[in-house]
Design a protein around this ligand. Sequence first.
Ligand SMILES: NC(=O)C1=CN([C@@H]2O[C@H](COP(=O)(O)OP(=O)(O)OC[C@H]3O[C@@H](n4cnc5c(N)ncnc54)[C@H](O)[C@@H]3O)[C@@H](O)[C@H]2O)C=CC1
Ligand SMILES: O=C(O)C(=O)Cc1ccc(O)cc1
Length: 306
Amino acid sequence: MTQVYDRVALIGLGLIASSMFWAIKRGGLAGEVTGYARSAETRDKAREIGLCDRVCDTAIDAVKDADLIVLCVPVGAMGAVAEEIAPYLKPGATVSDVGSVKQSVIDAVGPHLPDDVHFVPAHPLAGTEHSGPTSGFAELFDNRWCLLVPVEGSDPEAVAKLRALWEGIGANVEEMDAEHHDLVLAVTSHTPHLIAYTMVGVADDLRRVTDSEVIKYSAAGFRDFTRIAASDPTMWRDVFLTNKDATLEILGRFTEELFALQRAIRTGDGDLLHAYFTRTRAIRRGILQAGQDVDSPDFGRGKAKK
Ligand SMILES: NC(=O)C1=CN([C@@H]2O[C@H](COP(=O)(O)OP(=O)(O)OC[C@H]3O[C@@H](n4cnc5c(N)ncnc54)[C@H](O)[C@@H]3O)[C@@H](O)[C@H]2O)C=CC1
Ligand SMILES: O=C(O)C(=O)Cc1ccc(O)cc1
């Protein structure tokens, strides 16, 4: 494969950065990849497992000569990291990120960047419930979506180069504006995560059902909830604090529907329940007809499996 950037710097060496590193290496997409993590423990671990060509002790050292800098820290930390590195960025370099929320990252990072640096926010729609430098793997983004969210005045060449990197990493790339991105993700990712957190919390609170019963008799639905609810608390705290409006809008609609279903159960309105479940079943069948095997581990990956 062809090299896209001479030097790439990854800031924050967790699941996403480590997966990016292994995929960049697999594809030969960069000459050198530098990395920086805030804690000495993470930097030591990264050196031990060969994560990054060079692990630096400061963010400044990592970004100094980089052509692409990718911020891979929790959404709430993006602004502070951008402020720290801004004076040391090479003119003509591109700054990107992988944050799960886009408008707040644009608001927090954009004002710190000098005029001679390009800013192209991004969000790969792939992850796991694991975190940290040892959790990454090269295949994480294969055939998954990566959304690019160019800001006003983003240089088309800088956008095209970042697209080439993500395609080389294995993702299918599309562009979207920040407001729409945050609403789509509130529906498809953020609110479902909150519901999973809540359901696992409810099970934990229910003292009439013991912990061992919850573990022993977990059916598939609840098992999925527990996986999702095991995700990194800092990352998800930041997602809800920064995608507040869209999440609250979807949560408001969700609770209205939930109350309607609750009432139907109380009043014995089987017709309403049946009609509702028929409609939701059709949505899944629509996905199946579109050629995606929802039961396959590839479900949710960008290209339909034939
Ligand atoms: N985990 C997931 O499933 C996905 C996460 N994302 C986004 O990717 C970003 C990174 O997430 P993960 O890699 O999963 O997290 P992670 O928890 O595995 O790694 C985050 C890294 O950032 C470091 N960090 C935290 N605050 C910092 C600061 N102030 N300065 C420097 N380093 C700092 C942590 O020590 C850690 O090494 C987040 O913005 C998240 O929203 C995007 C897609 C999927
Ligand atoms: O593990 C899961 O179920 C996910 O939903 C992964 C994920 C988490 C956060 C993102 O911003 C994108 C993808």
